[in-house]
Every structure is written in structure tokens, then in C-alpha cells.
Design a binder for this molecule. Structure first.
Ligand SMILES: [Zn+2]
Length: 303
């Protein structure tokens, strides 16, 4: 138990009284008094440490789960597989963060997220900046989320021009399929995924012309990346054709649907499983990442 202030005061009083009657206390007393002061100093400094304000958040600091024993465990996990997975989406915040986190942090796969545009045609719930400036902000927000998902990020050259009712309108404004498709093929040929996952189905279920276009382009890119006659300028640059082994298509029950019959799935992943290294489930950790996309209203209380 630590001495109270009153205890310390009475100790000092006793010592002052002693000084009058005995100016040279025995060496043993002086040593014990010095040791006492040292202990007191250590106690006070540890109290001061505990009360010091937390260091301000620095965006480039590694996540806690990427340091120490937890970080080492995930590094060792990654050494056990060469699996590579790539997901395609249309806008920042479309991504399936739970799946990405499960594959990257839970299974050790190398994972890449390709987002067609930077969401510059969307809303901004934290300020008045729109268009290109919003695109920069959403890029930063998405890459902050990516640190939690454990993924690399790529974009293409097509822009978010606002809500689109159909893929036809979207492709008209994107000058056809080939600009976005060439970029998607380039990323596939560069990253060489074993598995390609389209966030969107390429049908009217997707709820936005950009989403639908992303689904359509992903199906095309899955084959085009393996065909040396498609985008031959990339082959001349030194890229090789690449055929991903599997294409999975998501959004089988509609964008943001809360229920979905089991028969609609060919594969189900449990992103709600708890990861002991993360100290929470994959989807919970992904939500910690998604929380950084404040311009899209991603601010909610923790439960
Ligand atoms: Zn979207």
C-alpha cells in the first residue's frame, strides 16, 4: 500500500526533529532514506505516466494488431499460403470489408481491392467540398479503411459523375467499356489473383448504374486478362496474360439486403467468426476500418 500525503508529512516532521537532536544520523538511516526517496520518485513518475494524455493519433502509426506478438502471428500466417484474391467494386465504401478482412487477416491471403472510381460524385456529410476534392478525401478515407481490411488498393481512370440509373448511361459517360476494362485487366495481369470477386452482379439488383457496370466489367475482365489479343499494348510493355482460376459474383440478393435465402449462394464465408489475434470478429474489425469513411456518414456508436 502506498503512503498517503499525511504519512509523508509526518515522516518529514520526524526527520526534521531528528536533525535538531542528531545532525548526523547513522549511515544505515541515510541509505534507507535515499532508497525511500527513490521509491517515492518511481511511484510519482509512474502516476504521472498513467495520467499523461494519450499520444495523439497519427495516421501512419501501425495498427496495434499489426505490432508485437499479434503482428508477428499474422506475418507467420501469411508465410503459409500464396493465395491471392482481388475484389472489384464501383465506389469507396462498396467493398465487402468483412470478407476482405477474413481472407487477408484470417487466412493470410494477399488481397487487393480495385475500386473503379473515387466516389467524387457522391455526398459529403462532413463538409461542403464536392467533386475532385471529395474524391481526394474519399481516397484517403478508403485507404484508412484498407489498413484494417489488410488489402492493397487500386483505382481506374473513370470518374464518379453522380447517380446513374443504368449501365448504358454509365458506359456512355465513361466513353464505352474499354477505359475501365483496360485498367481492370492491367491490375489483374499485374496482381495475378487466383480468385476474382465481383462485389456486384452486373444486373438491376445492384441499384446504381456504376455498380452494375462494375459487375459487367469484372466478368469481361476475368476472360480478357487471359487473352493476349485484348489490350496488346500491355503485353508489349511486358505484362503477361493471366487467367484467374475462379470468379465469384456477389450481391445475389440485392444491394444492402438484410436477408438472403441460403440457396442463392454457392459459397458462404463466416466473417462473424472471432479472431483471437484481432480480439474481435472479422466483420467487427472491418467496421472499425469502415468507420474512417466519415464523409459517407460512417459514424456510429460502438456496441
Ligand atoms: Zn457504390
Amino acid at each position: 500500500m502506498l503512503p498517503t500525503d499525511a504519512d509523508l508529512d509526518s515522516t518529514q516532521m520526524i526527520n526534521r526533529n531528528r536533525k535538531v537532536s542528531s545532525p548526523d544520523p547513522p549511515l544505515g538511516h541515510r541509505v534507507r532514506r535515499s532508497a525511500w526517496k527513490l521509491c517515492l520518485g518511481l511511484v510519482l513518475s509512474s502516476v504521472a505516466w498513467a495520467q499523461a494524455p494519450a499520444r495523439p493519433f497519427r495516421p501512419l502509426d501501425p495498427l496495434l494488431q499489426d505490432t508485437g506478438a499479434a503482428g508477428l502471428k499474422q506475418m507467420l500466417l501469411r508465410l503459409q499460403t500464396t493465395a491471392r484474391l482481388m475484389q472489384t467494386t464501383a465506389h469507396p465504401d462498396d467493398e465487402d470489408g468483412g470478407m476482405l478482412t477474413l481472407e487477408s487477416r484470417g487466412k493470410g491471403a494477399s488481397v487487393l481491392l480495385l475500386t473503379l472510381n473515387r466516389g467524387e460524385g457522391g455526398q459529403n456529410k462532413v463538409g461542403s467540398n464536392l467533386f475532385d476534392v471529395l474524391g481526394v478525401l474519399r481516397t484517403l478515407e478508403l485507404t484508412a479503411s484498407d489498413r484494417y481490411y489488410g488489402v492493397e488498393q487500386r483505382f481506374t481512370r473513370v470518374a464518379d459523375f453522380g447517380f446513374s440509373k443504368s449501365p448504358e448511361e454509365t458506359f456512355e459517360k465513361w466513353k464505352g467499356h474499354d477505359i475501365a476494362l483496360a485498367d481492370m485487366v492491367r491490375v489483374i495481369r499485374t496482381f495475378r489473383p487466383d480468385v476474382l470477386v465481383s462485389r456486384f452482379s452486373g444486373t438491376s439488383r445492384d441499384g446504381h448504374g456504376h455498380h452494375e457496370a462494375a459487375g459487367i466489367l469484372t466478368r469481361e475482365a476475368f476472360r480478357a486478362a487471359a487473352d493476349a489479343n485484348r489490350f496488346p499494348e500491355q503485353i508489349k510493355e511486358g505484362l503477361l496474360p493471366w487467367q484467374a482460376k475462379k470468379l465469384y459474383v456477389g450481391n445475389v440478393c440485392g444491394f444492402m439486403a438484410s436477408t438472403c435465402p441460403a440457396e442463392n449462394y454457392t459459397l458462404r464465408l463466416n466473417s462473424g467468426a472471432t479472431d483471437p489475434v484481432l480480439g474481435m470478429s472479422y466483420i467487427q474489425f472491418a467496421m472499425e476500418g469502415l468507420r474512417h469513411q466519415l464523409s459517407q456518414g460512417a459514424r456510429w456508436d460502438r456496441h
